[in-house]
Design a protein around this ligand. Structure first.
Ligand code: F6P
Length: 320
């Protein structure tokens, strides 16, 4: 393979630039020309394709977002649209593609592989919702952003003896809430995998209060409810509590990637290029037990997510 493309698709994630940089630099090392495709699959259809070399990716390692920009492209679900994409890749002499994104983007990658364009996926999403890999790119940075917010909110909650319901992202996956909640000392962690009624959340808060806690932080995953309505419900059940809510929103998707995400992006990028140079496609790369590996796309995506109940129980044990 002499020419390969790289694109970022779906929600951006800190560390995507580290992966793009690694693709460009590994491409240089292995002697393949790398093309950056802007705005994901949509940019491919619009032929927003630019040559990138080892210098084009200087000074991006430490930056959040994605230098190639990203988009969600629903049209890519149509076979005729994908056929057009293959034609465009052929026209530019691009023989293999690296797709950095989540499960939706990987489906596109699989379908392109079936059409004869070897495609390799790199898991880039803050949600950590891909079961085949221990971590996705951006998850660690997003957890650290949430932790920073928890620390700040806790300062003021403690001064005023308040409760704060902090809503974090994660779509249908509670990992951001679970990991940041455990590390941030949440009094309760509410995730879609382990539903709690407002009454149960209140009971946890009151348990802390009874043991002398002045304030409480509840970390709520967006897939398990809305912070404002949970805060209202709790306040209506226990009017003596001063309950506030915070929605962290897109702040969780930005910022300089952590060391872990820069390392992951770099190792994923190099591995993906190596696969393509060997003519291997239809794979997604991941990390398991601290080792970079790759797996067939369909096989990887069919692995069921396992909620870490043990970690959840320990987080609860700590909230005493
Ligand atoms: O998948 C990443 C994610 O940030 C989710 O956590 C969140 O639900 C969603 O994307 C938000 O998407 P958008 O940026 O399109 O509003």
């Amino acid at each position: 393979m002499k020419k390969i493309g790289v694109l970022t698709s779906g929600g951006d994630a800190p560390g995507m630039n580290a992966a793009i940089r690694a693709v460009a630099r590994a491409g240089y090392h292995y002697g393949v020309k790398v093309y950056g495709i802007e705005r994901g699959y949509q940019g491919l259809l619009d032929e927003q394709i630019l040559g990138i070399d080892q210098r084009s990716v200087s000074n991006v390692l430490q930056r959040g977002g994605t230098m190639l920009r990203s988009a969600r492209c629903l049209a890519f679900k149509q076979p005729e649209v994908r056929a057009k994409a293959v034609k465009i890749l052929k026209k530019h002499g691009i023989e293999g593609l690296i797709v950095i994104g989540g499960d939706g983007s990987f489906m596109g990658a699989k379908l392109l592989s079936e059409l004869g364009v070897p495609t390799v996926g790199i898991p880039g999403t803050i949600d950590n919702d891909l079961a085949y890999t221990d971590y996705t790119l951006g998850f660690d940075t997003a957890c650290n952003t949430i932790l920073d917010a928890i620390n700040k909110v806790r300062d003021t909650m403690d001064s005023h003896e308040r409760v704060n319901i902090m809503e974090v992202m994660g779509r249908d996956c509670g990992d951001l809430a679970l990991h940041a909640g455990l590390a941030g000392g949440a009094q309760a962690i509410v995730v879609p995998e382990q539903p709690m009624t407002p009454k149960q959340v209140l009971a946890k808060i009151m348990e802390g209060k009874a043991s002398g806690k002045r304030s409480s932080i509840v970390v709520l995953s967006e897939g398990a409810g809305k912070a404002e309505s949970l805060a209202k419900e709790i306040a209506s059940m226990e009017p003596a509590l001063d309950v506030r809510s915070t929605v962290l929103g897109h702040i969780q998707r930005g910022g300089a990637p952590s060391m872990l995400d820069r390392r992951l992006g770099t190792l994923f990028g190099e591995h993906a290029v190596k696969l393509l140079t060997q003519g291997i496609g239809n794979r997604i790369v991941g990390i398991k037990d601290n080792k970079i590996f790759d797996v067939d796309i369909v096989e990887g995506l069919s692995i069921k997510r396992h909620f870490d109940k043990e970690m959840y129980d320990i987080a609860n044990m700590m909230a005493k």
